[in-house]
Design a protein around this ligand. Structure first.
Ligand code: FDA
Length: 390
């Protein structure tokens, strides 16, 4: 039986960073993953360039049943802190848009950096063995994996959520949390493409068309690109709003954001001999302009259309309703919303209140960030909080 100070389950973003932090404090750490190599989601993230943080990180950009939970960890390990680490490894980076920081070259550099940090902390990393059992007796957590058993007074759950199961993602974190008396907030796919019912077939014909919109659902609103797909809607704006969407909700889409009220009436005066289709296709992809025009049912020159009809068209373009019938599910979800209930965890250390020595970090916890580097920043910050407490 091998003895450690802590066993970290899951060598993804959070597990690697937590193990490195604790290891560099002199703790003997075992880091286990059932996948053949660590950090697989980091490698595919950000189109292979890893959007590793976001400069605009703030607690209100995270969803959780307790919106205050993430505050402490996020304030104690900031995007600037992670950026300093990235720069200390000479990894070149750039800001793409909206505060999103990416590697210039490859996500492989982030994994290599984390592995180097683990090596500096003499972390014992073991990949490719299934975890067979976890139990707790006499103040020690005992983990059986492959043919081995290890024990430690502390155990960190860092096995993420079930999004992208074909990469080895699983609901293991939730089973383990429940085993030790923690509650789990119903997990659901987030940052995920949404599907439209057959009645919206006109829009399905637009597969591949993308345009900037403002999408709204409840109080949430995002101004980014939306993409029509053969199943429904995707693109950054839709992925963002999907985290707030619940079955039955309407998503209102504002096409041509930024137009002043009455813009169609103004155009009618300025260019009475122009048709609506032409006007729309000057600012929108042609196929979309045609589809919207068809749905609005306005033909002929603007000059021949009543002001009332133009006002109605303008209002519809500003609040176009889509009622998705579902999402593309965990198979396509970038993250999982919900997860281990934060009410059972300390926001300072991520330790379970009722199970001393048990910690949960990263995506496994009910804290879900916006698209754009926020989820990795939560992984780093929560991992750091636990890594300093182990
Ligand atoms: P993560 O999923 O990274 O790690 C969990 C680890 O646990 C994995 O190594 C897994 O193999 C292991 N594991 C699971 N079950 C196990 C079991 N039963 N036994 C042993 N090990 C087990 N975020 C962001 O901020 N910027 C970005 O650019 C992107 N891009 C992106 C692209 C794509 C395609 C996806 C799917 C996701 C993103 N994300 C992202 C989200 C980001 O990848 C995610 O939030 C973090 O990886 C979460 O880190 P964790 O360490 O919590 O889980």
């Amino acid at each position: 039986m091998s003895q450690y100070d802590a066993i970290v389950l899951g060598a993804g973003a959070a597990g690697l960073f937590c193990a490195a932090t604790a290891g560099q404090r002199g703790k003997r750490i075992l880091l286990l993953d059932h996948a053949d190599r660590p950090g697989k989601k980091i490698l595919i993230s950000g189109g292979g360039r890893c959007n590793f943080t976001n400069l605009h990180t703030a607690p209100d950009r995270y969803l959780s049943q307790n919106p205050h939970f993430a505050k402490s960890a996020l304030s104690r390990y900031t995007p600037a802190d992670f950026l300093a680490l990235v720069e200390s490894y000479g990894i070149a980076w750039h800001e793409k848009t909206l505060g999103q920081l990416f590697c210039d070259e490859s996500a492989k550099q982030i994994v290599a950096m984390l592995l180097d940090e683990c090596a500096r902390g003499s972390v014992d990393l073991q990949c490719g063995e299934a975890i067979r059992a976890v139990d707790h007796a006499d103040g020690l957590y005992r983990v059986s994996y492959g043919d081995h058993t290890a024990q430690a007074p502390a155990l960190v759950i860092a096995t993420g959520g079930p999004s992208i199961p074909k990469m080895g993602a699983s609901g293991f974190a939730y089973d383990l949390a429940r085993q030790f008396g923690l509650k789990v907030v119903q997990p659901r796919p987030a940052l995920v493409p949404l599907t439209l019912p057959a009645g919206d077939a006109l829009f399905r014909d637009l597969s591949g068309v993308s345009t900037e919109v403002i999408v709204r659902c409840g109080k949430a609103a995002f101004r980014e690109a939306a993409l029509f797909t053969h199943r429904g809607l995707s693109g950054p704006a839709i992925l963002q709003i999907s985290s707030y969407w619940q079955r039955g909700d309407t998503i209102t889409t504002q096409f041509l954001p930024g137009r002043e009220e009455g813009w169609l009436k103004t155009l009618k005066r300025e260019r009475p001999k122009t048709g609506l289709r032409k006007v729309l296709s000057e600012s929108l992809p042609d196929r979309l302009a045609e589809a919207l025009c068809e749905r609005l049912g306005l033909t002929g020159d603007l000059g021949n259309l009543p002001d009332k009809a133009l006002a109605a068209a303008e209002a519809k373009l500003a609040r176009w309703p889509f009622v998705p019938d579902g999402s593309e599910g965990f198979a396509k979800a970038e993250v999982t919303a919900g997860g281990i209930d934060t009410s059972g965890l300390s926001s300072k250390t991520m330790e379970a209140r009722k199970a001393p020595g048990l910690y949960a970090i990263g995506e496994a916890v009910d804290v879900t960030g916006w698209l754009g580097g926020y989820n990795f920043q939560w992984a780093w910050a929560s991992a750091r909080a636990a890594g300093l407490a182990l």
